[in-house]
Design a protein around this ligand. Sequence first.
Ligand SMILES: *Cc1c(COP(=O)(O)O)cnc(C)c1O
Length: 419
Amino acid sequence: MDHVEIDKQHCWHPFTQQEIWTSPQHQPVMIDSGKGVWLKDTEGNKYIDGNSSIWTNIHGHNHPAINQAIKVQLDKISHSSYLGFGHPLASELALRLVSFFPETDLKRVFFSDDGSTAVECAMKMALQFRIQNGEPEKTEFIAFIGGYHGDTLGAASLGGVEAFFARFRRFGLIVHFIRDLDELRDFTESDLGKIAAVIIEPLVQGVNQIHVWPQGMLEELRVFTQEKSIHLILDEVMTGFGRTGSMFACQQEGVTPDFLCLAKGLTGGYLPMAATLVTETIYKGFLGDPQRAFYYGHSYTANPLGCAAALASLDVFKEENTLIGVKEKAAYLAYKLSYLANENTHIKEIRRCGLVAGVEMLTDQKGVGIEICEAARKYQLLTRTILNTIVLMPPLSITRDEIDIMVAALDQSIADVLD
Ligand SMILES: *Cc1c(COP(=O)(O)O)cnc(C)c1O
């Protein structure tokens, strides 16, 4: 049996209707290797990684510095327990992460494995903090319609995408979903008194078809939550590490949250690892009696290989002036996409924030986005669609020439499907 046959007989893919996946006419792309923004499949075809391997990759695949850092750590030890022990790279990484927020109270780092666990842990911290610090009535959350925070049951209960999460609602927590800040201001004081925390994806909701928030909204939310003693959880699992043009999206509005959830790009997109940054104020609410500790953790917490990759990725940001490059590239992508929007009559709207873009098609006919993404493979672009919004979220290391290829591929594949 070849790999495709084994896959169809024994594997189960995320967010996938397996009946379609395993059908005889479906030829899945099997990725074999990568270099920079390019992926190569087992048939030898090359593609631009147009969604950064589901929003994870930052500096390109097979980056020599990150590869080297992992190899050095591999020869020392691949994993040791963070439960009861520490290790130098985790200390170094924690310091590097909090150093992005100097002169703020964001001083503690709790490591975990992926975006969902980064959020899960913020939620449990938020609840336990209230329970043991004299506010046991604050047990509810506010989240935004269209938001996505991961798939574990806790994180999923904050998810505002009905198609994914509605069926699990009654098993989760009490969560109030709002569309915007006006709806937040409609809450009564007594309702607000029950809220432990508000969670938001700052600047742009990824899964919600790249929905960009109005400028200044995040800052307003911070002011409101501070006034009402509600914690602010920022889910920067997608927006973190340069994608929106700054290291973290919240920096663009001068906002410091109580909890900052990081994952996807933390290791440059190399290894599963997450971090929840927390204020010292919240941390102190867990000191004292042993029962006040945070009884939460995962076996691979602070994995040394992940830490090595993350530290190397942060070094690459400096060595390659990645953030300066992102600003130029984002401007170039904006220029290319505005041209595309003008000239391609099938496009309804293009939404963009930094190097994150969503190209929404005019048609609401089901499956058009999928067909366009499949057509794009012929033109060397591999990406995914959300409903009929095609996502372009390339690694930050993409060049202008590669942006040209990516946008031309999209233009051509839209024509192939819709002209
Ligand atoms: C991907 C994502 C998550 C979940 O992260 P996983 O690593 O897939 O668990 C959470 N929040 C946002 C904003 C994401 O984009």
